[in-house]
Design a protein around this ligand. Structure first.
Ligand SMILES: NC(=O)c1ccc[n+]([C@@H]2O[C@H](COP(=O)([O-])OP(=O)(O)OC[C@H]3O[C@@H](n4cnc5c(N)ncnc54)[C@H](O)[C@@H]3O)[C@@H](O)[C@H]2O)c1
Length: 307
């Protein structure tokens, strides 16, 4: 059975390939900086210490932003902040933050307030891939909802004052294609990701009068730590499997998603709020017929691409 890459991690007995290099994110001088100017902007990325969050943090930084990384992974968060500060002094901060803990979130906001007095872009990216399907015990449900859904909601609520101080405040919530379609064996993660899309619409409508734009991004399979682990570190294999679900013929890069974040947070998206922006290579356009014409489904022979 094919499952989404943003899935619960496989058993620890499997060899763990090295995570995708942050170099897959837009590097300084790459498209992120060329297209968007974040000089002077204050940004916050939850779950920003590793994988997609780190790529987003790096892309924002490469575009000139001051970047706050809020994550429970202190070693990775500190290391990323050091890397970014080596590129540009006093431009990145890590604050150990558990988005499931209001006091922890408040501590992060206090530091941003003391340092900058405002926040221009919040990216709610932190996630836990806890999911045992329909059999998931209450603890799993509550923990996953607490981080994946309520976490982002509480971070936004806590950041409101700082966002309102910005001239161009924006929020981007990370959803997933997993939140749009039924999948066997999963219940918790897709429910969280579907709820994020609805929450985004409510937040957008609620906060429009305060000038705060709120949008969601729905990545497809993205060459992240989770997907690299599933593919045994083999990008070609991930692309071969992913091509059947993504009409553009490959899985997404971290940079694909990061650039979409930069777009939604920028003035270029100044009249856009409450949307879901799929960054999925056409995954959500494919439909239940897998893009095949009816004649192909009636054919007795398996299709050439059905390997
Ligand atoms: N990887 C994919 O292919 C994919 C596809 C669709 C959507 N997404 C979405 O993109 C986002 C990032 O996914 P990823 O694959 O990079 O995830 P990941 O598990 O690799 O990284 C998640 C990050 O969140 C941090 N985190 C976990 N719990 C936290 C907490 N309580 N407080 C603060 N930080 C916490 C982790 O330490 C980690 O740095 C998620 O919202 C995910 O749903 C990913």
């Amino acid at each position: 059975m094919t499952r989404d890459p943003d899935d619960e991690a496989p058993a620890p007995s499997q060899p763990s390939p090295p995570p995708p290099s942050p170099g897959t994110a837009p590097a300084p001088g790459a498209a992120g900086r060329a297209r968007f100017d974040y000089a002077g902007a204050v940004t916050l990325v939850t779950g920003g210490a590793t994988s997609l969050g780190a790529a987003i943090a790096q892309a924002l930084h490469a575009a000139g932003a001051a970047v706050w990384i809020a994550d429970v992974d202190e070693a990775a968060g500190d290391a990323l902040a050091d890397t970014l500060n080596a590129r540009r002094a006093s431009s990145a901060w890590f604050h150990a933050t558990d988005v499931a803990d209001d006091a922890s979130i408040a501590g992060c906001m206090r530091r941003i307030a003391a340092t900058h007095g405002r926040l221009d872009l919040l990216v709610n990216n932190a996630v836990v891939y806890l999911d045992s399907g329909i059999a998931s015990p209450r603890e799993t449900w509550m923990r996953a909802l607490g981080v994946n859904l309520v976490g982002g909601a509480r971070v936004l609520a806590s950041a409101l004052e700082l966002l309102e101080t910005s001239a161009t405040p924006a929020v981007v919530n990370l959803s997933s294609v997993a939140g749009k379609f039924g999948q066997r064996g999963r219940a918790v993660y897709p429910a969280c990701k579907a709820a994020i899309l609805q929450l985004t619409r409510s937040q957008a409508v609620d906060l429009a009068s305060r000038g705060i734009r709120v949008n969601a991004i729905t990545p497809g399979w993205t060459w992240s730590t989770a997907l690299a682990r599933q593919a045994g570190g083999d990008r070609a294999r991930a692309d071969a499997v992913g091509a059947r679900l993504h009409p553009l013929g490959r899985v997404g890069d971290l940079a694909d998603v990061a650039r979409a974040v930069l777009f939604l947070g920028s003035d270029a998206a100044g009249f856009i709020t409450g949307i879901d922006l799929p960054v999925d290579g056409g995954f959500s356009a494919l439909g239940p017929d897998q893009g095949r014409a009816p004649a192909q489904w009636w054919s007795p022979e398996p299709q050439a691409d059905e390997t």
